[in-house]
Design a binder for this molecule. Structure first.
Ligand code: 6PG
Length: 242
């Protein structure tokens, strides 16, 4: 597991994340004239999305060249308060001129989560740039749960061992909810991965991850084996035990 970069405040963490995202955007656009990003859900990235929708950051991005995907989604309607699509829409998409055709939301109106995952696998296959016939994200944003999960790759679930698909569904017992998530193969192939963790609630898991000295993974996030660049940004409260 990589070492985290510590930022003194939440604001400086999200500013650094926005700056890094723009670096990744510029690299991707110069390479293939588009930028394909998997957005993370939950609460941590909201500030980043809000920053990106405002000057000076929004002025550095040609949104017509951006394709946004969802690293994971709850199997709920897009207007449900649990929906990651709704969170991203309200935090960012509603405030910028983002081309609707480039918003690749998980279709959660299908009969069941497995069908949504199957459909999303095709969405990624149809839209992501390919390398060796495999879809590759330019940037995958990830969050970190206190149990070490990332996206919807939760401990003790079968989705952790999925290797043949880039997207799968999972029933999360403790949340009594179905989720759709990208899987480790497509995360690991990403050109860039940015993991964001902030506030004191994450201090324990940050400590556990930094102190883990065995080769085998103990937490899902440790199964991320980046083939290119991965960064982990945390704020001072999340770093209090390291
Ligand atoms: C989700 C996320 C999930 C999240 C972590 C951290 O849909 O909930 O994708 O993986 O990143 O649970 O959530 P917070 O940022 O709210 O702490």
């Amino acid at each position: 597991m990589i070492k985290p970069e510590v930022f003194e405040s939440s604001e400086s963490l999200h500013e650094a994340a926005a700056e890094y995202l723009i670096q990744c955007y510029e690299t991707a656009v110069s390479d293939h004239d588009s930028f394909h990003i998997a957005l993370s859900g939950g609460s941590t990235p909201k500030k980043l999305y809000q920053l990106l929708s405002k000057a000076p950051y929004t002025d550095k991005i040609d949104w017509q060249k951006v394709h946004c995907y969802f690293g994971d989604e709850r199997f709920v309607a897009h207007d449900d308060e649990q929906s990651n699509y709704r969170m991203v829409k309200e935090s960012m998409l509603d405030s910028i001129d983002f081309p609707a055709k480039n918003i690749h939301a998980v279709n959660t109106s299908l009969d069941c989560a497995p069908k949504s995952a199957e459909d999303y696998e095709k969405v990624m296959a149809d839209n992501l740039p390919k390398e060796n016939d495999q879809g590759v994200f330019d940037l995958v944003l990830l969050g970190l749960g206190t149990d070490g999960h990332t996206a919807s790759l939760f401990p003790d679930t079968e989705i952790l061992t999925v290797t043949e698909s880039n997207c799968a569904s999972v029933y999360v017992e403790k949340m009594e909810s179905w989720r759709i998530s990208i899987t480790f193969p497509v995360i690991n192939r990403a050109k860039h991965i940015l993991l964001l963790s902030e506030n004191v609630t994450k201090a324990d898991i940050v400590k556990s991850l930094c102190e883990w000295d065995k080769p085998e993974p103990n937490y899902p996030i440790q199964r991320v084996q980046p083939q290119h660049e991965m960064r982990w940004y945390i704020d001072r409260p999340a770093a209090m035990f390291i």
